[in-house]
Every structure is written in structure tokens, then in C-alpha cells.
Write a protein that binds this ligand. Structure first.
Ligand code: C5P
Ligand code: MG
Length: 161
């Protein structure tokens, strides 16, 4: 088996008033939040897909269908921790994660350390191996108009054997 495997993840959720903005398991103070079946943590969803992709284990919808009442309002850090366990059971260890959240407002950089620590705790990584970056969409398109947020992630796994 190949020693290293990379995986890519992407997700998007609508922004709506009266919803919480949770990114990487951290609640960010904001007038608008993300809407979805779970807590709509777009960052955790992108990283979950990247882990599953690297391990060749399908995608988030396969493991956590949004039609299943068990996952309604669920904390997406559960998905992340479960994806890490599935990858581990398949013989892999996560080397590092890198991700980008694309959101027009609020500014997220002051929350970077908290998000990195939350993700790292969930994935059994050092925060140093768990990078999170932030971008606006320069006011263009649905993200730029404040209608939605997106996240992209890449994960590297190494074989334990
Ligand atoms: O999108 P733009 O290139 O203008 O972003 C510049 C910087 O602003 C980013 O590198 C990031 O540090 C920060 N940023 C942020 N929160 C956002 C978007 C961008 O902290 N929602
Ligand atoms: Mg999602």
C-alpha cells in the first residue's frame, strides 16, 4: 500500500439570521450563522470529507446522511472525530490538515488559535499540524454577497504499517 495519501474536501452552507456560526467546533460571535441539518460547521465538514477521501472511505453523506434524525443539529466535531477513527481503523494516521474558510464577515483571524486547538483536539493532532486560513470573496458571488460560506481542506494521511 502507498505510504502517503492525500484527500480533498469542500463544503458550502447558507448564512441565515438567528443561526450560530460554528467553525471547527468554535462558536464565533456573529449576527448571522450557518444553516443546515447539523450545526452546519462548514469547516469541519470540509475536513471530514478530506479525511474520508484520503482514506478512500467515501464521503460525509455516506456516513452521516442528512435524512437521518440522529444527525439533526449534531455537533460536526462528532463527524470529524468519527472520520479520524475510521481512517485509524483503516490503518492510517493523520499527518497534517490545511484548510481555508471563505466568509465575507465577520473577521475570523482572532479566532484562529481557538479553531486550530479545537480541530487538533478532535483529530488527535498538535495544533501546529492543523492549519486554518481565512479569505473573503472580495464581495463577488454568493459568498461575497454574504449569502453563504465555503470551506476547502486538504489532509495528508500516512499508513501505520
Ligand atoms: O480575502 P482577503 O485576501 O482580503 O483576506 C485578507 C486577510 O483577512 C486574510 O488573509 C485573513 O487573514 C483575513 N480574513 C479574516 N476573516 C475573514 C476573511 C479574511 O480574518 N472572514
Ligand atoms: Mg456541510
Amino acid at each position: 500500500m502507498t505510504k502517503y495519501r492525500s484527500g480533498l474536501g469542500w463544503d458550502s452552507h447558507r448564512l441565515a439570521p438567528g443561526k450560530s456560526l460554528i467553525l471547527g467546533g468554535v462558536k464565533i460571535p456573529s449576527d448571522v450563522g450557518l444553516d443546515g441539518h447539523s450545526d452546519a460547521d462548514v469547516l469541519s465538514h470540509a475536513i471530514t470529507d478530506a479525511i474520508l477521501g484520503a482514506a478512500g472511505l467515501g464521503d460525509i453523506g455516506m456516513h452521516f446522511p442528512d435524512t437521518d434524525p440522529e444527525w439533526k443539529g449534531a455537533a460536526s466535531t462528532k463527524f470529524l472525530a468519527h472520520a479520524e477513527k475510521l481512517a485509524c481503523d483503516a490503518g492510517f494516521v493523520i499527518v497534517n490538515v490545511d484548510a481555508t474558510v471563505i466568509l465575507e464577515t465577520p473577521k475570523l483571524s482572532e479566532h484562529r488559535d481557538a479553531i486550530r486547538k479545537s480541530l487538533a483536539d478532535c483529530l488527535k493532532l498538535e495544533p501546529n499540524n492543523c492549519s486554518v486560513k481565512f479569505k473573503t470573496a472580495e464581495k463577488v458571488g454568493p459568498v461575497g454577497e454574504g449569502k453563504s460560506a465555503e470551506a476547502q481542506a486538504i489532509v495528508l494521511l500516512t499508513s501505520k504499517y
